[in-house]
Design a protein around this ligand. Structure first.
Ligand SMILES: [Zn+2]
Ligand SMILES: [Zn+2]
Length: 375
């Protein structure tokens, strides 16, 4: 079911200021407050929730940016879920939803010392068809993963992980610089607060090993060059069981032989011959979902544009479909047979005989202007 636009819910414009948004929220929250709607409590409560959600998204800078770019898709659960066979090491949350980048998913970022794994970037190139319809892609990413022998702990026995003597488990040490006490990352345990006594043989105590991961990425319909999909926790595993970094899948959409893309709209050229352009008729035009028939009216000129509604690309935000614009190009015939040349000569003679020039309105007005110019 299509969700209502957040701006619409609050009754504000897309470029409303924060204070306008707050004002609208206050007014609606009062209106739908369950205490004030004893008669239709359920309905009011649902409205109230809707309003509250819209308000919370639109007053959070990051969430608002995500919503403006991707619409409700930015917050849909299960976006990017369904990674084939990659059970979450270190807590099971292998996949957050794709765009959780924008609203801080479950895993706190930055709060974990320095040994958090590095983020990775994977560049993926899609055909226009794939980008338009959405696609599931398997990708192979060389990375560091948590060691399966020691489960990322760097040692096989839990008792071999002991509190760091240098910092007594704090992960930081106090250094004195002149009058000031400065906190620094503990040089012994690198901020973990713990050290490993008998390092794991497989990963030499690092808690991670190099491996090429195969991941399945769900690319939502409507993506375009420059869009980035974040797979939370699929970057490099951290040292000694520290959290993994994230994997960013950077999208690049290949140019297409027929269609040119402009956001969610498509453009294509439709060459037609002079006979069809003059007399009118039907042509088959390509769309991303197969051919459709287009009626060319009689006396169609080069440059005429026909819009096929809804034959473009689904927009990433919301379910709106773009359009397909067909640009007519009238083509001069080539490789003519003698018979065809004869026919054209005959046509030309008949144009000459008909002195009014009414068959070429543009040509007539052009020569009129030329005459005036020199006259
Ligand atoms: Zn290990
Ligand atoms: Zn330490």
């Amino acid at each position: 079911m299509a969700k209502k636009d957040y701006y619409e819910i609050l009754g504000v414009s897309k470029n409303a200021t924060e204070s306008e948004i707050k004002k609208a929220y206050k007014r609606l929250a009062m209106k739908y407050h369950p205490d004030k709607n004893q008669d239709n409590k359920a309905e009011a409560e649902a409205k109230f929730k809707e309003v509250k959600e819209a308000y919370e998204i639109l007053t959070d800078e990051q969430k608002k940016a995500a919503y403006d770019q991707y619409g409700h898709a930015a917050f849909e659960q299960g976006f990017g879920a369904g990674a084939g066979g990659f059970g979450g090491f270190g807590g099971g949350s292998a996949f957050d939803d794709i765009f959780s980048d924008f609203f801080g998913g479950g895993r706190g970022r930055g709060g974990h010392g320095p040994s958090r794994g590095a983020d990775l970037q994977y560049n993926i190139t899609l055909t226009l068809e794939e980008a338009a319809a959405g696609v599931k892609k398997e990708i192979k990413v060389p990375t560091w993963v948590s060691c399966d022998t020691c489960h990322g702990q760097g040692t096989e026995k839990a008792s071999d992980v002991v509190t760091c003597d240098t910092c007594h488990g704090a992960g930081v040490v106090q250094m004195r610089q002149g009058f000031f006490a400065v906190q620094q990352e503990c040089p012994t345990c690198h901020g973990r607060g713990k050290v490993v006594k008998n390092p794991c043989k497989k990963c030499h105590g690092e808690g991670r090993i190099q491996k090429t991961k195969t991941l399945s990425v769900t690319i939502p319909a409507g993506v375009d060059t420059g869009n980035r999909i974040r797979l939370s926790g699929e970057g490099e595993a951290g040292l000694n069981g520290a959290p993994a970094g994230d994997l960013y899948v950077q999208v690049q959409v290949r140019s297409h032989a027929i269609f040119e893309r402009d956001g969610s709209n498509l453009h294509c050229e439709i060459p037609i011959n002079i006979a069809l352009a003059s007399l009118g008729g039907e042509v088959e035009v390509p769309t991303l979902n197969g051919k459709v028939s287009l009626t060319i009216p009689a006396e169609t000129q080069t440059g005429k544009m026909f819009r096929l509604r809804g034959k473009g690309i689904k927009s990433l935000r919301g379910s709106a479909m773009g359009d397909l614009y067909c640009h007519v190009v009238v083509e001069t015939p080539v490789n003519l047979t003698n018979k065809q040349k004869e026919l054209l000569k005959e046509l030309s003679e008949s144009f000459k005989a008909d002195k009014s020039s009414k068959h070429s309105p543009k040509e007539k007005s052009f020569f009129d202007k030329v005459k005036k110019f020199f006259g």
